[in-house]
Design a protein around this ligand. Sequence first.
Ligand code: FAD
Ligand code: NAD
Length: 404
Amino acid sequence: MNRRTILVLGAGYGGLTTVVNLQKQLGVNDADIVLVNKNDYHYETTWLHEAAAGTIDASKVRYDISNVVNRSKVSFVKATVQQINVQEKKVITSDGDMTYDYLVIGLGFEGETFGIPGLDKYALSLANLHAARGVREHIEYQFASWSLDDEKDDSKLTFIVGGAGFTGIEFLGELGNRVPTLCKEFNVPQEKVRILCVEAAPMVLPGFDPELVEYAVAQLNKKGIEFSIGTPIVEATPDGVKIKVAEDEFEFVKAKTVVWAAGIRGNHLIETSGIENNRARVRVEKDMRAPGFDEVFVVGDCAFLINEEAGRPYPPTAQIAMQQTVVVAKNIVHLINGEETIEFIPELKGSVCSLGHDDAIGDALGRKFKGKSASALKKIIDNRALYLIGGPSLVAKKGKFKLI
Ligand code: FAD
Ligand code: NAD
């Protein structure tokens, strides 16, 4: 039988973990595994809020792909995927065209701006490592610029965060911790700094445990963070954001920084791939294959499955992405061996939301956590993701050891 080519697109939690699982199960002569990623490193998407606030350096968030893939089994190609055509079994990349017997699409998420005017142009995001670094540099520049400014334009020190979901809250926790250092560094009186989180829904972290949410809001308030709840952002301009505060009533908040953390969609390349999708996400079959394409698997934020009990899709998380890859790798091996595929059944272990490096809330393992215990749990989860991909040596290199 011909050696099969398994082409994996994206080296995030979904793609890279699929490759790591495949290389454990396939021998050198069983298949050609080809991994394509924009960068020659993987970054921890779940740490991007820290890189964006500048509480950890971007170099800490990433590691070389060559350190975790078995080069005798996997060919890594540093390239940008430009087009996927599942009808022709072809992927166009910046490094040339590629074909496959089995395809795994793990190209991650992009920000969803819901067509709100100005956001694409004037808001920053945490969508990838470069974007996160851009946020950090922009914030530092605003502090420097205010210090040099004779007119002291305070909109330079006003920071708007759109969305009080997990991403928005985790970023606020880090930013709240960073501001005192920035004030000292740039000679800025701290009372001049305004951080405002604007949330459309009637509560922070919609759907999360209300008692834990109350704790989170109180802790963030202590860091000087304000909330405007039940008030969607309806427009962004170079000078700030327009917020709907009541029916037919709007407020404009002047700010030179808007970080949009109010929603995500799948990678836009899905939309032209020939696979049925909704906002660039594929409702995958139970075995993680794309509907109608038996040799195509979709993992991570580009995929969704319905939680029948809850009547809505499972949330796009690293936790689920990494679980999916175990089944995707097994199913590819099953198909190569001419066997039946198996079903992916998510195991929800709960969620932990950080509020800075030293504080968090968590509803996990059947218990509620807050403060230092939740923060320690979050770091254990972060280290576990490193362990699953790169084993103890990667944890030793990149892990978070100061547990509280
Ligand atoms: P990603 O991990 O984002 O990887 C996508 C990969 O594709 C990247 O390496 C990217 O470079 C590559 N890529 C993209 N486009 C191209 C292209 N055109 N060509 C080549 N390569 C490309 N989930 C949790 O479970 N727990 C958490 O604590 C948590 N914290 C989070 C914190 C933040 C700030 C954010 C933004 C998300 C968080 N999430 C968390 C969600 C989690 O990060 C995502 O669900 C997860 O990253 C999805 O994995 P993925 O492989 O689909 O995408
Ligand atoms: P989200 O969709 O979960 O939250 C976005 C928030 O923005 C919502 O609360 C929504 O009401 C609000 N919003 C929407 N439109 C708005 C508008 N016009 N103005 C103001 N607010 C608006 O997005 P997210 O927080 O980026 O999370 C994405 C996924 O990543 C989720 O599945 C989440 O669970 C996961 N995640 C998990 C963690 C963690 O486990 N610690 C951290 C970050 C992200």
